[in-house]
Design a protein around this ligand. Structure first.
Ligand code: TYM
Length: 327
């Protein structure tokens, strides 16, 4: 049985991109693996979060994890700040990471673009906290979208570097990205990743959008003037992105989608896609509504934190012993 770890930030309502690139796959993985899924609220505060919003988004994300089909009997679901070993190991890893390699992270570079002052230190050391998340659980593989590849590479480097210095302590984890859907793009600027922090609300679909909003956003999604439903990422980024969403929601290949819409134009395709996405999200929202205010959710999170603390502390003690923190 392999051990799996993944996390999602509660920095807003999660998007269809988070679902198709990550969350959806967690559900399949829980059956044959020992899974740990985390609401990474400590990562979220690298950018200011209004406390009331953060509290709400944290609970909302936990409810969504369950609403998509995670079974708390099978997978361990918990909130990062309730397991102190994450920040404890993060410090140790920061002491083994180089400023140069942290500064090379593209997400760091993107986030500090056009900012000359007031850059929080947490933004730079963020990948060390992510490495700690993963390494604490003896993780075999990490299911994520494409944008996390560089962070995973750094995690592997940090694990190997630590093992060379202090002995064989960490398992070196593998990344798992889905074949289709690993990078869902913005509906308005399809050369940019769909992101929950995008200022343009029309560029992403959230898992809590109403059916009306979903239909409107898909109909308004940017496409080219050629009007043939054809996958061509270079020249037809908009329609290719919509076809990716279609394919991940239905399991149909690009060839099948192409022949289904041969000679039918974008209007017809977009109408069908809006129904498909709304039908995918509706049952998730129904379960979400039941879970959000339930005491069951708190019980699941408390049990999850207890389990995660047990496992994480075991690794933390091993690390502390290896570096000479024991008496
Ligand atoms: P976050 O919160 O930005 O995204 C959560 C997951 O969703 C994936 N994702 C996407 N997939 C496809 N298309 C998109 N447009 C898209 N946008 C996001 C992400 O790749 C990710 O899998 N640093 C991480 C959270 C994290 C983590 C971890 C992940 C913290 N610790 C340990 C794995 C293991 C992040 O910010 O993800």
């Amino acid at each position: 049985m392999a051990t799996i770890f993944s996390g999602i930030q509660p920095s807003g309502v999660i998007t269809l991109g988070n679902y198709l690139g990550a969350l959806k796959h967690f559900v399949d993985l829980q059956h044959d693996n020992d899974c740990y899924f985390c609401v990474v609220n400590q990562h979220a505060i690298t950018v200011y979060q209004d406390p009331a919003e953060l509290r709400k988004n944290t609970r909302s994300l936990a409810a969504l994890y369950l609403a998509v089909g995670l079974d708390p009997e099978k997978a361990t679901l918990f909130i990062q700040s309730e397991v102190p070993a994450h920040t404890q190991l993060s410090w140790i890893l920061q002491c083994n990471a180089y400023i140069g390699e942290l500064e090379r992270m593209t997400q760091f570079k993107d986030k500090i673009k056009n900012k000359n002052e007031g850059i929080p230190g947490g933004l730079l050391v963020y990948p060390c906290l992510m490495a700690a998340d993963i390494l604490l659980y003896n993780t075999d593989f990490v299911p994520v979208g494409n944008d996390q590849k560089q962070h995973l590479e750094l995690t592997r480097n940090l694990a190997q570097r630590f093992n060379q210095k202090y002995g064989d302590v960490f398992k070196v984890p593998e990344i798992r990205t889905p074949k289709v859907g690993a990078r869902i793009m913005s509906l308005q600027e399809p050369t940019k990743k769909m992101s929950k922090s995008d200022e343009n609300n029309a560029s992403f679909i959230t898992m809590l959008d109403s059916e009306k909003e979903i239909i409107k956003k898909i109909k308004r999604a940017q496409t080219d003037s050629d009007a043939s439903v054809h996958y061509d990422i270079e020249n037809k980024a908009g329609i290719s992105n919509l076809m990716t969403i279609y394919s991940t929601c239905t399991g149909k290949s690009f060839e099948e989608i192409q022949s289904l819409y041969e000679g039918k134009g974008y209007g017809h395709f977009k109408g069908d896609l809006a129904t498909i996405v709304a039908d995918t999200i509706r049952p998730i929202q129904e379960r979400y509504e039941q879970l959000y205010n339930s005491t069951e959710l708190d019980e699941i999170l408390a049990t999850g934190a207890a389990k995660a603390n047990l496992k994480a502390n075991e690794m933390l003690h091993k690390v502390e012993k290896a570096i000479g923190f024991d008496r």
